[in-house]
Design a protein around this ligand. Structure first.
Ligand SMILES: *[C@@H]1O[C@H](CO)[C@@H](O)[C@H](O)[C@H]1NC(C)=O
Ligand SMILES: *[C@@H]1O[C@H](CO)[C@@H](O)[C@H](O)[C@H]1NC(C)=O
Ligand SMILES: *[C@@H]1O[C@H](CO)[C@@H](O)[C@H](O)[C@H]1NC(C)=O
Length: 438
């Protein structure tokens, strides 16, 4: 965005501006503005904190004003910083990405905030600080593959969010289709679209294949995930669960650096070791990555191959994740990429490891996989493998309720069927003996 050019007719332009302003239009498209937009939250992983991220079109200070009262003054202040992000498109558009972390928040308490500076403030948003400790029951909205166009399941998600159904969102890769498109304007449009949800709930992400352009730069610049890996891989604790987010894309876009496969793998292993030392307190280990190891969809994706790179690694033997996750007793693996919902029986190496025939998910003897990429148009299916428990080819999203250390509830909401629950299962694992499968 460039400054408005001076023209002989600027007197008239000024009139137009006054008129527009008096009509409540704050900004014409393309006019550089310090007014915050694309406001969203993320959890930086430290109890009692929340990060607010937003965009402006000119440099401006980064401040958040917040408080407990829905109206009236906002007595608390936090400051952060802004960094220019230059998109890789031909226009080299510059976005100023602001980040402010709020600290010392009271667990479970609702806050009101606005962000910006004297040069322009956002409207007020509300969020609830995450609770601390392990003895509470987080509720998550989970999905991948959500576009800026035709976001069918989104209005429902928005309503459900406003009704207070969730504590956080997991967006399992693929944003906007694509954030870099049209000189990153599609990314802007997408971030504005999700604002009603993402400015009220920590919106936690992992990269998908559609974020690949310019070395995932739109993904890295727009989101603010915990850790120091630009959101490519990180983990965080939420109630009785340890949640690991990682990039399946390091296995496919090797020209950005083969070393990333190894670096991430080593990080995953050490993170799993740490999580297992803490397993008695936080029994659930949940992973999220974009491309699944198994799927029943009719395409030529990685999951259609017996030697899936995500599952078996590069060349079918280097840094495969199925063995790693099995070895450390990971409970639940969440994927997307395939445009449908699919639940697998507990599985390892193409073999089903039901807890029992009657209760397959009670004391399962292998990890449970869920693929939830149906926020975008549903795909077509092949005949499902013997490890596939259910497929749903409807728009929707997944609800994950981590009730306590032993019980997790998974539900699939169909948007096509007006919010009907089309899948409903409990995964039950004992408190002890979770560090590995036998
Ligand atoms: C791509 O990004 C990663 C991490 O953000 C970095 O380590 C790598 O060197 C980058 N690759 C290229 C080719 O710029
Ligand atoms: C796993 O459990 C389901 C549900 O009872 C059953 O249909 C399936 O055949 C079982 N698979 C194996 C290998 O036991
Ligand atoms: C978790 O909740 C279930 C269902 O209410 C209950 O049966 C189970 O004992 C609880 N587990 C723990 C560790 O409290």
């Amino acid at each position: 965005a460039r400054p408005p050019t001076m023209s002989p007719r600027r007197g008239c332009c000024a009139c137009c501006w006054l008129l527009l302003l008096s009509l409540g239009v704050q900004r014409a498209p393309g006019y550089p503005s310090a007014a915050p937009e694309q406001v969203h939250l993320s959890y930086p992983g430290e109890p009692g904190s929340m990060t607010v991220t937003w965009t402006t079109w000119v440099p401006a200070p980064s401040e958040v004003q917040f408080g407990l009262q829905p109206s009236g003054p906002l007595p608390l202040r936090a400051r952060g910083s802004a960094r220019p992000f230059v998109d890789g498109g031909i226009l080299r558009r510059t976005l100023y990405m602001h980040r402010v972390t709020l600290r010392g928040l009271l667990p479970g308490v609702q806050y009101v905030y606005r962000c910006g500076s004297a040069q322009g403030w956002s409207r007020r948003f509300r969020f609830r600080a995450l609770k601390n400790g392990v003895h509470w029951s987080p509720r998550l909205a989970v999905f991948g593959d959500l576009g800026a166009d035709n976001p069918k399941a989104f209005p429902r998600l928005r309503r459900d969010t406003q009704q207070g159904l969730f504590d956080a969102v997991l967006h399992v890769g693929d944003f906007a289709y694509n954030m870099d498109q049209d000189n990153a304007r599609v990314g802007d449009r997408f971030m504005r679209l999700i604002e009603p949800v993402a400015a009220s709930l920590p919106y936690m992400t992992c990269p998908g294949n559609h974020e690949e352009r310019y070395n995932f730069s739109n993904y890295k610049a727009r989101f603010s995930m915990p850790g120091d890996n630009e959101g490519l891989w990180y983990s965080w604790d939420l109630g009785p669960a340890h949640i690991i987010s990682f990039s399946t894309e390091v296995y496919f876009f090797l020209h950005y650096g083969r070393h990333l496969v190894q670096r991430q793998f080593r990080w995953l292993e050490s993170d799993l070791q740490k999580a297992n030392r803490n397993r008695a307190a936080r029994p659930w280990i949940i992973t999220m990555g974009h491309r699944p190891m198994y799927c029943s969809n009719a395409d030529l994706d990685d999951c259609r191959w017996h030697e899936s790179k995500v599952r078996k690694g590069l060349h079918g033997r280097l840094y495969g994740l199925e063995d790693l996750f099995y070895r450390y007793g990971v409970d639940l693996q969440i994927w997307a990429h395939e445009h449908s919902y699919e639940r697998l029986w507990p599985i390892y190496n193409y073999q089903v490891f039901n807890g029992s025939l009657k209760f397959p998910y009670t004391n399962p003897r292998g990890p449970v996989h869920i693929i939830t990429g149906s926020a975008v148009s549903p795909g077509t299916g092949l005949s499902p493998g013997p490890w596939s428990a259910l497929r749903v080819k409807e728009y929707g999203y997944t609800r994950l309720h981590i009730l306590n250390g032993t019980h997790v509830h998974i539900q699939q909401v169909s948007d096509d069927q007006d919010g009907k629950i089309v899948d409903d299962v409990w995964v039950v694992r004992p408190l002890v003996g979770r560090r590995m499968y036998h």
